[in-house]
Design a protein around this ligand. Structure first.
Ligand SMILES: Nc1nc2c(ncn2[C@@H]2O[C@H](COP(=O)(O)OP(=O)(O)O)[C@@H](O)[C@H]2O)c(=O)[nH]1
Ligand SMILES: [Mg+2]
Length: 182
């Protein structure tokens, strides 16, 4: 599999700005700091592609990346994270309208990848998101991140515990690390 090209297409603060392209999309969702941008960079083999335009503290945006893999053309979509302890009601509402606007009104969307830190418990946020996706018929998978933070023996056990917490046997669950060493 060869990544022929990976480039930022557009960063959007409002649903009206989403690019009009026929490329099928894979969206990365999850708590802030879970490793969305790192996973995206690792998948496209570019160190700073996803980080370059997402300055922390700035307006949260959805970043669209054109990714050409072998002969196929995809769009990888880095969605803004949730779960900051102190966000205002206004910020939460704007996150919700942007992310729901994307997930609800995007026929190009093929799969939503929900990231979960292997060391954390599944929270209500993840459960609600997965229920929300299932209700709308969006295919989802769960990626457990930062596998390198646990020893291999603990890792497999922890993955089983989280899978049980998810209580959704049909969901694919993958274990990943964006770090070279693991
Ligand atoms: N050890 C380890 N750290 C990671 C991994 N993935 C991300 N990180 C670190 O976690 C922090 C947040 O990552 P980032 O990709 O920016 O998260 P995002 O907010 O979900 O986009 C950064 O300091 C990353 O270096 C991983 O697989 N292993
Ligand atoms: Mg990020």
């Amino acid at each position: 599999m060869k990544i022929r090209r990976a480039e930022l297409c557009r960063s959007c603060a409002k649903p009206g700005q989403f690019p009009e392209t026929p490329r099928p999309e894979v969206a990365f969702l999850g708590r802030s700091n879970v490793g969305k941008s790192s996973l995206l960079n690792a998948l496209v083999q570019r160190k700073q592609l996803a980080r370059t335009s997402s300055t922390p503290g700035k307006t949260r945006m959805i970043h669209f990346f054109e990714v050409d893999i072998d002969a196929s053309e995809w769009m990888f979509v880095d969605l803004p994270g949730y779960g900051w302890a102190r966000v205002s009601r206004k910020e939460r509402d704007s996150w919700q309208s942007l992310v729901e606007g994307y997930l609800e009104g995007r026929p190009q969307l093929r799969t939503a990848v929900l990231l979960q830190d292997l060391r954390r418990e599944i929270s209500e946020d993840e459960t609600l998101l997965l229920d929300w996706l299932a209700e709308r018929g969006v295919d989802a998978m769960v990626v457990l991140t930062k596998a390198d933070k646990l020893k291999p023996m603990r890792r497999a056990k922890r993955a089983r515990e989280l899978r049980a917490q998810l209580a959704r046997p049909e969901l694919p669950v993958l274990l990943t690390s964006s770090q070279a060493k693991h």
